[in-house]
Design a protein around this ligand. Structure first.
Ligand code: WT7
Length: 664
């Protein structure tokens, strides 16, 4: 530890070995929304329990009479005869109930001093105009709208305006490339794209609109109009289909009467990586999704509307931003912080400065961020007053105990409980997590399914077990309100992907898991070919297909190798087409080619998908049936002794690869 650190003298390494647990502080427990009796209530009657949450957290235009309809598994319906409007729940009713002056969003732009406070009344005015502007462009119930924006309040307004009209939105993360945007727009047949000239990242404006132009220049598009938010003011090419967002909103009527939609009306589509090269359009509906988002935001994040300042650092382009920036917290009428930029701009204490300035009480972030801050050093957060923080959250990948303890001490002041929340794009909302006022925390484990959720661990034969330390597959055993309702346009793939590995009774999450001797669940990472890089989900197949789309590449294999900061890192092994092998062998050429291939993947998918390393090889290790043995490549990528090679068709291949490695 460095001199001058204000934390206790006990070295972190000792704590890690102690297996120390953290009971809820009495003061916290006394005010917590999530109480122990919820577990018993939910166990006794899960469907009744969820119906009660749906009535507690939401305003229904037409009350429902039925909770779950599971007559056609795996296609669930929740609260199906009820009607509501998601935007009215997230915005209008707070204004109607007299909370219009309450700040909904403290927006912090990346450029210093670029801040804006937006009240619920402001949001209400904006969503009405935005809904009218979209309606003027022909958007109505069932039309799909793509949203490709930086982290600015307009992103939330755009989503809510779509919801208001019953038009499912498909938000594409601003870090995705034109190619990725193109395939997502086409798969969902979007009629309108909402984008911006650009956003601020790492101290400079970064253009977004050119990617939309490139995506639509393919000519095969369903898109009729592009609405462009002016954020950076940078020069922007203009087409006939383009309209400025501020002009369209100014022209639109100021009031919009929201219509109620069936609880099962699709709210949004969100693409995520699966085990094949083609991303899946996960779609969620309205009533059940909102119920679980609002309930978990209350009992897990413990938000108290009148006193908390909540901050979820995720991008709105991921499911975490959907559920825990927009739909959960806004339905609960919470005041939150939204930050546009990177954590080290203009200095590495930017986040902690924001916590100090806005007296943030609840912070929800990802382990990869925590590990980055650990590397930057404890003296950075120590410079700021973060005594307002009373709860911390983690999501996206397992948080290793060392990072947990660092987070607890240096950010949470040894005082704030940490909720390690396991869930997925598919589950829509938090599934496994401590309740911060009830659970004795076990660093590194997400612990127990929350009240209302049931999970089990199965062995290879599909048998549930409870023995400690035995590794198996995590499954969910009962339908839950926020569950995905399918893959957009592909019900067969939905059944195949999630409900076939262990039969129709079990939702297969794709994660390995084990119990400890106290019955806590420990998540052990993906068991399929899905990688988790800085909490972002990428499939090996998707990156392989990007690599082989390059004219010089004949074959590619991609593995995720353990990485101290990002969790996993992408490592590619590439076989070149014959005519390019000699070129690559010339002195200095290999490096250029590797750079060219990395950039190519960046263009095909986005910068987050660029491999950390690319190795040019002459062969790949394959079984006799032609399946690539990734396990062996992972050994190479992680610098281990290569494991058992007896099932390889040609056992000398690994020697070739290792020789190539050492001559790099
Ligand atoms: C996968 C889902 C949940 C929103 C962000 C990621 C991993 C997520 C945890 C956690 C261990 C976790 C799983 C899961 N994951 N949270 N607390 N502990 N693993 O959503 O992109 O759909 O990825 O992220 O492997 O299957 P996603």
């Amino acid at each position: 530890m460095r001199k001058g650190d204000t934390v206790s003298e006990k070295p972190l390494e000792n704590l890690v070995n102690e297996g120390q647990t953290f009971p809820p502080p009495a003061e916290f427990a006394a005010q917590a929304n999530g109480t122990a009796d919820l577990y018993d209530k939910a166990d006794a009657d899960p469907e009744g329990f969820w119906a009660e949450q749906a009535r507690t957290y939401l305003t229904w235009s037409k009350p429902f009479t039925q909770s779950l309809d599971w007559s056609n598994p795996p296609f669930a319906k929740w609260f199906a005869d009820g009607e509501l409007n998601a935007c009215v729940n997230a915005v209008d009713r707070h204004v109607e109930e007299g909370r219009g002056d309450k700040v909904a969003i403290h927006f912090v732009g990346e450029p210093e001093g670029d801040t804006r406070d937006i009240t619920y009344a402001d949001l209400h005015a904006e969503v009405q105009r935005a809904a009218n502007a979209l309606a003027d462009l022909g958007i109505g119930k069932g039309d799909t709208v793509a949203i490709y924006l930086p982290m600015i309040p307009e992103a939330a307004v755009a989503m809510l305006a779509c919801a208001r009209l019953g038009a499912p939105h498909s938000v594409v993360f601003g870090g995705f490339s034109a190619e990725a945007l193109h395939s997502r727009i086409n798969d969902a047949e979007c009629k309108v794209v909402i984008t911006a000239d650009g956003g601020y990242r790492r101290g400079a404006p970064s253009a977004l609109k050119p990617a939309v132009d490139a995506a639509l220049d393919h000519g095969d598009t369903s898109v009729e109009h592009v609405l462009v938010v002016r954020r950076t003011g940078q020069d922007t090419a203009w087409n006939d289909r383009d309209l400025w967002w501020h002009e369209a909103l100014e022209k639109a009527a100021p009031t919009h009467e929201a219509q109620a939609f069936e609880a099962e009306h699709p709210l949004f589509i969100l693409y995520t990586s699966g085990t094949t090269g083609k991303p899946k359009g996960i779609f969620h509906t309205t009533g059940g999704y909102l119920t679980q988002c609002a309930y978990t935001n209350a009992v897990v994040h413990d938000v108290h509307r009148d006193t908390d300042v909540y901050w979820c650092t995720a991008d709105i382009g991921w499911v975490t931003g959907h559920s825990y920036i927009v739909y959960g917290p806004m339905t609960n009428g919470v005041t939150q912080v939204m930050y546009e930029g990177t954590p080290d701009t203009p200095h590495q204490g930017r986040w902690w400065e924001i916590v100090q300035d806005h007296k943030v009480t609840i912070l929800y972030t990802a382990p990869t961020a925590v590990r980055t801050f650990m590397k930057w050093g404890t003296d950075i957060p120590a410079k700021f007053d973060m005594s307002s923080l009373r709860l911390l959250g983690s999501v996206g990948e397992p948080i290793n105990p060392e990072a947990w303890l660092w987070y607890h001490r240096n950010i949470g002041g040894d005082r704030a409980p940490i909720v390690d929340t396991w869930w997925q794009t598919e589950t829509g909302a938090i599934m496994i997590s401590p309740l911060p006022g009830v659970t004795t925390l076990e660093p590194g484990s997400a612990q127990k399914p929350i009240p209302g959720i049931s999970a089990e661990i199965l062995d290879d034969e599909g048998q549930p077990f409870t023995e400690a330390e035995k590794v198996g597959y995590l499954v969910l055993t009962k339908p839950w309100p926020a569950m995905l309702r399918g893959i957009w346009g592909d019900p067969e793939r939905y059944k195949q992907t999630y409900w076939s590995r262990f039969g129709e009774k079990y939702y297969f999450a794709g994660d390995g898991a084990k119990y400890d001797d106290k019955g806590n669940i420990w998540l052990l990472g993906r068991v399929d070919d899905v990688m988790n890089v800085s909490g972002h989900r990428l499939s090996t197949a998707e990156i392989e297909s990007a690599l082989v789309s390059h004219p010089k590449v004949a074959e590619a294999a991609v593995v995720g190798a353990t990485d101290d900061t990002t969790g996993q890192a992408i490592c590619a092994f590439v076989i070149l087409r014959q005519e390019f092998v000699e070129e690559a062998d010339e002195p200095g050429e290999g490096k250029d080619l590797v750079q060219e291939l990395r950039n190519h993947v960046g263009n095909e998918i986005g910068p987050i998908a660029k491999p950390r390393s690319i190795m040019i090889v002459s062969e790949l290790p394959k079984t006799r049936s032609g399946k690539i043995m990734r396990r062996l490549l992972r050994d190479v990528a992680e610098g281990r002794e290569v494991g058992d090679v007896t099932t390889l068709a040609d056992s000398s291949v690994m020697d070739l690869i290792k020789t190539g490695m050492s001559s790099e």
